[in-house]
Write a protein that binds this ligand. Structure first.
Ligand code: SAH
Length: 597
């Protein structure tokens, strides 16, 4: 919840605007400003004050308890010109909030946190829970001091500056070591002794680990979501018994609860209150599998009881192992003080680190048609793969240290293979394409190559047909189709069959790749096919370089279109029999009421 506090009338206006823009996220605190602020500070995760920064500094000072617990505070000046991230830039989310508030109010976000200002990743902004000396290690990173990256798990991280690197003589602890010492209850110490880097404790260190350990001086521990806990419970098992077992098991194994990504169980236990509540209290999702799915998983400790009760010889182990990984803790049962039979079981699996491939559409060209999500994904990547001209389009957005693999036109397959291979190495990779990366672009060759050993996320982009449509008017108001006239990957007979079908079914058609130097007869031929079913006066929109500096937009007709005016930077949108030119705009009605008018 975001608390809103305003001191003055004009501030009130901006306050109301924000409240009505975010009705479910905000609560307006009325009354005397000091009391309102104190209540909001206590009750909300974030606070936006329409007050002078000085006033807010005085109000907040006596309430400050620490970076990890204080809400993020943003101040907006009376004129609504600036949104200042005053307090809790990272941990409190004030930097992000200042940007969002800026967008709603048309105010300039003011962000002073060092890492954001220098566009370096704050160590608490990498998308993982973090423990340890965040400020100290971030400072060292910014100052260019050598920072050791101790990746016990090869989790995909965003690009880090070049002074953060893995010491070559660092040996990743093996599983038996980790478990053996964990059982002895002294995992951190035992492992530290094995690790020469740790001895030189003064070196600032970023560690990626799921083991419980007290971060050393000048050390930060990133907690990736590597652990899955399988749970079973008999009917009515109390939440304390389930949660107690999970917590105790993790503790004894020397594993951090911050790394648990999900609780898993069998479908039949989806509504078992003790399990549902345990997941909620751990703050992780509960994932379930059918008994059949679990029965097919090979486990070390099958038993008759769950087979009789829910139809699979193992619940906890099978559910945990179902998504793959290493069984760190085999099935254990809860212990009850009253000596009655245990009602809960659990098992812990470490999922293998998986590389991450983001397939990102950059939109047609203009920076403000690049989605915020695409921007985030670019900043999340350690490796960027793309066509050189598209890389140039976004180079300024990349984090320092991002490795760029660019290639020229025509190397699609190779680009796709490279991107997937990089992700398979466990890296965070962004594969970029113009418009939407799934439309006549990189997503399909990449996903044809990718196995289920990497995570893939797609970020949609504004494809050329939509960018052109918006410039032309409303040509896509009814059913429409895109057809690429490139016969590089598709025989002409297939393309022609599709054009004929579109002609017969009266679809609005957008031609991509309409014409190149060596390929000039396909467009006139296609237009002629459409003309067999549409009037010569049918509106046709020709848009070249939509949203780029030399953009051009022309509205013409099937009969008047000059194919020479079309090239590979162009899309051509042909209306259906109901499409009209109205006030210089191309409009396809939603229904067919206008037909014949
Ligand atoms: N993935 C891209 C399409 C790639 S195919 C997208 O979703 O937009 C390449 C063709 O797209 C070009 O030949 C041209 O027909 C069209 N195109 C891409 N960007 C364009 C733009 N900004 N203006 C007009 N046409 C564009």
């Amino acid at each position: 919840m975001i608390g809103l506090i305003s001191g003055t009338k004009s501030g009130g206006g901006a306050c109301e605007r924000l409240a009505s823009a975010w009705p479910t996220r905000t609560r307006v605190y009325e009354g005397p400003v000091r009391e309102a602020f104190e209540r909001a500070f206590r009750e909300c995760e974030q606070v936006v004050c329409f007050l002078a920064t000085g006033a807010v500094v005085r109000l907040a000072a006596p309430l400050l308890a620490g970076k990890a617990v204080d809400p993020g505070v943003v101040c907006v000046d009376e004129g609504g010109r600036f949104a200042v991230a005053l307090l809790g830039g990272h941990a409190g989310g004030a930097n992000a909030l200042a940007r969002q508030v800026g967008e709603v109010l048309g105010a300039e976000p003011v962000i002073t946190t060092a890492t954001d200002a220098a566009s370096l990743p704050g160590l608490d902004m990498l998308g993982f829970p973090v423990e340890g000396d965040v400020a100290g290690v971030t400072r060292a990173m910014l100052d260019g001091e050598p920072v050791a990256l101790e990746a016990e798990l090869a989790w995909p991280l965003p690009a880090l500056p070049s002074n953060v690197s893995a010491p070559s003589d660092w040996a990743v602890p093996t599983l038996p070591q980790a478990l053996g010492s964990a059982r002895a209850g002294d995992a951190p110490l035992a492992l530290r002794d094995d690790c020469p880097q740790q001895g030189a404790a003064e070196q600032p260190t970023v560690r990626v680990s799921d083991r419980t350990l007290e971060p050393a001086l000048r050390e930060v521990v990133l907690r990736p979501p590597s652990l899955v806990v399988g749970v079973g419970a008999s009917k009515g098992a109390p939440v304390d018994e389930v949660l107690g077992l999970v917590r105790e098991t993790l503790r004894e194994a020397g594993l951090s609860a911050l790394c648990v990504r999900e609780l898993v169980t069998v479908d039949a236990k989806r509504d078992e209150a003790g399990i549902v509540e345990a997941a909620a209290r751990l703050g992780v999702p509960l994932v379930t599998y059918t008994a059949d799915e679990l029965a097919g998983v090979d486990v070390p400790n099958p038993s008759g009881a769950p087979l009789a009760a829910v139809g699979t010889p193992s619940v906890a182990e099978a559910a945990a192992l179902r998504g793959g990984g290493e069984l760190l803790v085999p099935k254990r049962k809860s212990e009850r003080a009253d000596g009655r039979p245990a009602m809960a079981t659990c098992a812990v699996v470490r999922r293998p680190a998986r590389g991450r491939l983001a397939v990102v559409g950059l939109g047609p060209g203009a920076r403000d048609l690049l989605t915020p999500r695409a921007r985030d994904e670019l900043r999340r990547a350690a490796v960027l793969v793309g066509l050189d001209q598209y890389v140039d389009q976004v180079r300024d957005l990349l984090r320092p240290g991002t490795r760029v693999i660019e290639s020229g036109l025509g190397a699609e397959e190779e680009r796709a293979r490279t991107a997937v291979a990089e992700a398979r190495e466990g890296r965070a990779v962004a594969l970029i394409g113009s418009g939407d990366a799934g439309v006549y672009a990189m997503a399909s060759p990449a996903l044809a190559e990718a196995g289920d050993d990497i995570d893939v996320v797609g970020v949609p982009g504004v494809t050329a047909a939509l960018a052109a449509g918006a410039l032309l008017g409303a040509p896509l108001g009814h059913d429409h189709v895109s057809i690429s006239l490139s016969d590089l990957h598709t025989p002409w007979e297939v393309i022609e069959r599709r054009v004929r079908a579109a002609a017969e079914s009266d679809l609005v058609v957008t031609f991509y790749n309409p014409r190149s130097r060596g390929r000039d007869w396909q467009l006139p031929k296609s237009l002629a096919l459409l003309a067999e079913h549409r009037a010569p006066t049918t509106p046709v929109g020709v848009v070249r370089n939509a949203s780029r500096p030399d953009e051009s937009v022309r509205l013409t007709t099937l009969a008047a279109l000059d194919p020479d005016s079309v090239d590979m930077m162009t899309v051509v949108t042909v209306g259906n029999t109901a499409t009209r030119a109205i006030a210089g705009r191309m409009v396809t009605p939603r229904g067919y009421r206008w037909q014949g008018v």
